[in-house]
Design a protein. Sequence first.
Length: 588
Amino acid sequence: MSNEYRRAREQKRDALASLGVNPYAVRTPAREAVAGLKSQFEDLEAKAKTAPVAAGAQPEAPTLAGRAVAGRVLANRKMGKAVFVDVYDQTGKLQVYLNAKQVGEQAMAVYDNLDLGDFVWVRGNVQRTRTGEVTLFATELKFLTKALAVPPLPREYKDEQGNTRHATAFADVEQRYRQRYLDLMVHGDVRARFELRSKVLQGIREFLGQKGYLEVETPMLHSIPGGARARPFITHHNALHMNMYMRIAPELYLKRLLVGGFERVFEINRNFRNEGIDATHNPEFTMMELYEAYGDYHSMMEITEGLIRHAARLVRSHEKGVAPEALAPADLVFHWGEVVIDLGQPFRRARYADLLREHAGVDLHSRDAVRAKAKELGLELHDDHYKLADQLLEATALPKLVQPTFVIDYPTAICPLTKACEDNPAICERFELFVNAVEFANAFSELNEPVEQLRRFEEQVAMGLKTQDVEAPKEVDHDYVHALEAGMPPAGGLGVGIDRLCMLLTNTHTIRDVLLFPHMKREGHDQAAGAKQRARIAAETLLEELTSPELRRLPGFDQLAKQFEHLVEFSRKLLGNPHAEVVPPHSK
RNA sequence: GAACCGGUAGCUCAAUGGUAGAGCAGCGGCCUUUUAAGCCGCGGGUUCCGGGUUCGAGUCCCGGCCGGUUCACCA
């Protein structure tokens, strides 16, 4: 039985309590980080080696006396009355030697109730053992926390050639995502990747801060979803009696700030899109968006390049343990799966229409040529000419874009928020950055003409209604148009997918590996249970709506209410007679 | 949404249709500088779930759940 393990640990927990030891200690005495302690010891050794020794005198073994560390015990080697345990903290592993003579009988009684996975604090003298391991010889032991579950054990060892090897522990990909805490506990490389992710974010904030950008937070709950083309998550605000949408993009709010007088703003936060999950998509993903008054898509290209390069520097500097200034140009070469990406080189710029001509052999504006080529390639034939052209570009040119490439000058027809080029209204000032065919950034010279913006919004809504497009906006954000009427300076705007950037900079091939807690289907929750849950929420929502006075006043309400009585009755049966769950919340 | 692959002890993995095993971890014992410590002994299983075929199913068949990969869709 799996309970066997837990039972043994519970018994030890109780044994600790009867020894007068709190198995979940409240306070931890002062301590040092393992890595710092180890390097201090090595410095001491280096000094001892060069220090002159008096003739005939025995050189003393270098010792750091009375030092303490705290961490999780993940290995236990018992050697008669001597014991070696490996204590891990965030910075590394330290071997600890325990012996009744030095640490005392009481502490050894505590040790007897120690399991792998428990947390301890130890104080003692740091020395090297005869086998060469830096070791803390404990004189004090304090028990900190009992782990009732058995941890998966890290297996790191030296092979015959003396190389450090890792044996697989906790290899089930699914469980590693679901129980990321165990994955992190066991896999140092996973922790390292998330440290690098933090560096990427730090790098971006640093870079933008230096350029005078203000970091802001705009709403995550929107009453009208906008700023991108995507299906939103819908939620409901009880007190306000209104539906709300998890934001699909912060764009329209950030541009309101330009109207308000901020000239450089950025936001790093999640966007939510109700779409499928795969190697490059998670329902919530982190986006950096910035807006620069008096900028345009040219200034956005410069800042994109600078930003990515700066983040890359910080990542490499952290990996190599050297200052960013000390990095060589070759350090900005990143291996990403099969390909090698040089982020030190200036990014290529290529016109949309030129790429289409080069790789598909067609003119962007020629309906017949685009359609014929798409047909030839067996693409789904979209009615909309420029959408079809976009698919054609995606199928032909994008896979060829391995090194960072700004694809510039998009057709205006597929860019509702972008300013058209002055000399050609069919083309607009937008770019997307591709690396190895993956979209990394999207930017444009922002459309700031209220009348034109309203026209495009209305066209989108009308088109969406006509084509039953679930992703098309359902409503025009009139307040945004009002904001533009108040006057927004010419501006450049940029969005960078942070998760994908982290994938590139950490040589990772699925977005789940750069997300601490990627979304997964619920376990042990079958379709029937899921359907019941949804039905209950639907019933509750409807019941709440029925209590609203506005609805009661509408003609036909009585009939609706009567019909609903039946629905409630059936619901009760269906949901297993949970009376309490289907009683109208405000019914009187 | 489709195809393929996978799910066995706490962890990593075995097991031609024929009594479900090993290493680590656990429990008991020996060992005072080990390090994937070692040695002796002992426990440990809803083989993802539900059906079916069979004298007999971890294994074969059908359905379902969860995951991975590729494709499609999406941006």
